[in-house]
Design a binder for this molecule. Structure first.
Ligand code: ATP
Ligand code: MG
Length: 332
């Protein structure tokens, strides 16, 4: 099939008081209809800049200085504001990075959803607002709609932003670090929910993350950015098992995401997922009794296997953590 989003040799520059910053250079990436593609890379590598350009939301001092952005066969690189607004209302949704600065603190959540629905020419009654919010997995949506962002937990704010991003039933959703500020349990719930929603709607997803493990778990294809360039792209499994570029190799080998996964797992243990470890093989950590072992997390022979989507409907196992044992005591 023809790509839904096709970014070709994209270059983006920012004008700053210190001269021109070439934030993105010669970037190529495409997203097929219904597909999830992840952009991975360290902070400052150009992920958000690429995504913002694709939806015509570059900051005022930024511009596309080369290449093309093709959406559904249409060259939108230099599309008019009117056309871009139209696309944002019908075809491309966005979950922006940093929920706090993208939700207006002085407006109730419901009002913000309603404004988006109105701007997109959609029905926007109280019921419509509640339906959109509850679709994104927000409990008690009708009463929650009457609250302000600061009354929401981080996870609920993120769900509200997902609701707003999906409210135009887009063909493409760009989700910029949609869960990076959340603990791993909530992260998983939200990404699971997002995946089933977008699958149901047939929405393609461009998922931005700095976490290679998460990218490989959630996307069919992964695009690795480094210092403003796409240094590698391919099927998720191939990137993990056979990285070619030195930066990707470092990502996989030093595996910051996988190391942090261990901590996450410990956190999960500290919370409430004992069956998770048992289910993954290895002994479930000794739950002990709170009286005899206060604050101790113990992980024994943990093996964590992810199911990777390696193609349409196909799954392959990837062992992210193999036979790990450690313990953490409160205060250490
Ligand atoms: P993070 O993981 O921290 O979100 P990122 O990969 O999304 O990072 P970008 O925000 O796309 O990175 O930034 C890419 C480069 O562009 C960085 O060097 C950044 O400093 C620069 N940049 C981004 N926005 C602007 C701006 N408005 N003016 C000048 N430079 C900018
Ligand atoms: Mg970013």
């Amino acid at each position: 099939p023809a790509p839904l989003l096709d970014i070709r040799s994209l270059a983006i520059s920012f004008d700053t008081s210190n001269g021109t910053v070439d934030a993105v250079q010669d970037a190529n990436l495409s997203v097929l209809p219904g597909e999830t593609v992840a952009i991975v890379g360290e902070s400052g590598s150009g992920k958000s800049t690429t995504a913002l350009a694709a939806i015509g939301l570059l900051p005022g001092n930024g511009r596309v200085s080369g290449g093309q952005i093709i959406f559904d066969g249409e060259d939108i690189t230099h599309a008019s504001t009117r056309r871009i607004v139209e696309l944002r209302g019908n075809s491309i949704g966005m979950v922006p990075q940093d929920p706090m600065s993208n939700l207006n603190p002085v407006w109730k959540i419901g009002f913000q959803v309603r404004e988006t629905l109105k701007a997109n020419g959609r029905p926007s009654s109280d019921e419509d607002v509640a339906r959109v919010l509850s679709q994104a997995g927000l409990p008690d949506a009708a009463s929650r709609a009457r609250q302000y962002p600061h009354e929401f937990s981080g996870g609920m704010r993120q769900r509200a932003l997902i609701a707003i991003g999906l409210s135009c039933s887009p063909r493409l959703l760009i989700a910029d670090e949609p869960t990076s500020a959340l603990d791993v349990t909530v992260q998983r719930q939200i990404l699971d929910h997002l995946a089933s929603l977008t699958q149901e709607m047939g929405t393609a997803v461009l998922l931005i993350t700095h976490d290679l493990g998460l990218a490989a778990e959630r996307a069919q294809r992964v695009v690795v950015m480094y210092k403003g360039r796409v240094v590698e792209s391919g099927p998720a499994l191939e990137i993990l098992t056979n990285p070619r570029h030195p930066y990707t190799k470092r990502l996989v080998e030093s595996a910051p995401s996988l190391a942090s996964k261990r901590i996450d797992i410990a956190k999960e243990r500290g919370l409430d997922a004992p069956e998770l470890l048992a289910a993954d093989g290895g002994a479930a950590p000794d739950a002990g009794s709170p009286d005899t072992a206060p604050g101790i997390i113990e992980v024994r022979n943990l093996t964590k296997v992810f199911k990777l989507r390696s193609g349409l409907g196909r799954h392959t196992d990837f062992t992210a953590v193999d036979d790990v044992s450690f313990s953490v005591e409160r205060g250490t």
